[in-house]
Write a protein that binds this ligand. Structure first.
Ligand code: CP
Ligand code: NVA
Length: 311
């Protein structure tokens, strides 16, 4: 199998590569806003495999490929032989022969790792229980748009910081050099294996007010992620004091930006006033998935083509 690059976690790219993708995403965004066609992916196919629900990830990856002149195939796992027990490795081997890259949304991280190990083309993590790297790349791109750069900024994540979003933000802290404050009740902080590589950049707290004080960015995520529905009552009780509301936002820096990857539950992790208010970048964040993922697809697919030609 030719060597290829995957994007399974944020740390699969160097910070320089991430920043180069941000610059390319800005160019692609400008072109899109002017409705100038960019045809860098003509003849290329992205397969998308969903084992969990999705709106933004499905739409943004599909729109990205189509707008770059390529195409996508959306394989709902429930309607494939995967649901009838075909081994994941066999599905990966076969899928890689039909396309130029695969985006996978699944449960355990071991599933996407197994898939990537047996797939001959680049594999992109479109969310697992352990991370949501394309979303956090996009969030950090959105911060650069609003505040100049992410290095040296203070980001406060309030709520379930052990969620896939919390874990990817934690992995990104040491890589990008931002200071991350994680405010969660006991049992809702990321585990040591996630914290350790970023330990000099991450502070844990149980106090949302302490975490948000003077922060440049305030982030939250749903309290019950996909796959945790059976725990939702307990989670609601445990996380009840961790809502991002206008009073909490007032403690952040005056220029502070609020981020939420969506879907949001107004009245739970965030109030409508904050999500729909002037400091919220949630809607730009959703749009930016399109531009950042275009840059990522171009990078991974062209890198793989170069390796194939020169092997
Ligand atoms: N933010 C995000 O990944 O949204 P979807 O679950 O709708 O894809
Ligand atoms: N943490 C959420 C993110 C959704 C995009 C979940 O996994 O459901």
């Amino acid at each position: 199998m030719t060597k290829k690059r995957d994007l399974l976690t944020l740390r699969d790219l160097t910070v320089h590569e991430h920043l180069a993708l941000f610059r390319r995403a800005a160019v692609l965004k400008h072109a899109r806003h002017e409705r100038r066609p960019v045809n860098t992916m003509v003849g290329r196919t992205l397969v998308m495999i969903f084992e969990k629900a999705s709106t933004r990830t499905r739409l943004s990856f599909q729109a990205a490929m189509l707008q770059l002149g390529g195409t996508t195939i959306d394989l709902s796992a429930a309607n494939s032989q995967m649901a009838r027990g075909e081994p994941l490795a066999d599905t990966a081997r076969v899928t890689g022969r039909y396309c130029d890259a695969v985006m996978v949304r699944t449960f355990g991280d071991e599933r996407i790792r197994e898939f990537a190990a047996h797939c001959e083309v680049p594999v992109i993590n479109g969310l697992t229980d352990d991370g949501h790297p394309v979303q956090v790349m996009t969030d950090l791109f959105t911060v650069t748009e609003r505040l100049g750069e992410v290095k040296g900024k203070t980001i406060a994540f309030v709520g379930d910081t052990a969620s896939n979003m919390g874990r990817s933000f934690t992995r990104g802290a040491g890589l990008f050099g931002y200071h991350l404050r994680l405010a969660s009740p006991k049992g809702y902080h990321p585990a040591d294996d996630v914290l350790t590589p970023s330990k000099d950049f991450v502070a844990l707290s149980a106090d949302p007010q302490e975490a948000v004080k003077g922060a440049d960015v305030v982030v939250t995520d749903v309290w019950t992620s996909m796959g945790q529905e059976a725990e939702s009552k307990q989670r609601l009780a445990d996380l009840g004091g961790y809502q991002v509301d206008a009073k909490l936002m007032k403690l952040a820096a005056p220029h502070a930006v609020f981020l939420h990857c969506l879907p949001a539950h107004r009245g739970e992790e965030v109030t409508a006033e904050v999500l729909d208010g002037p400091q919220s970048a949630a809607w730009d964040e959703a749009e930016n998935r399109l531009h950042v993922q275009k840059a990522l697809l171009e990078f991974l697919i062209s890198d793989h083509e170069l390796r194939r030609q020169t092997r």
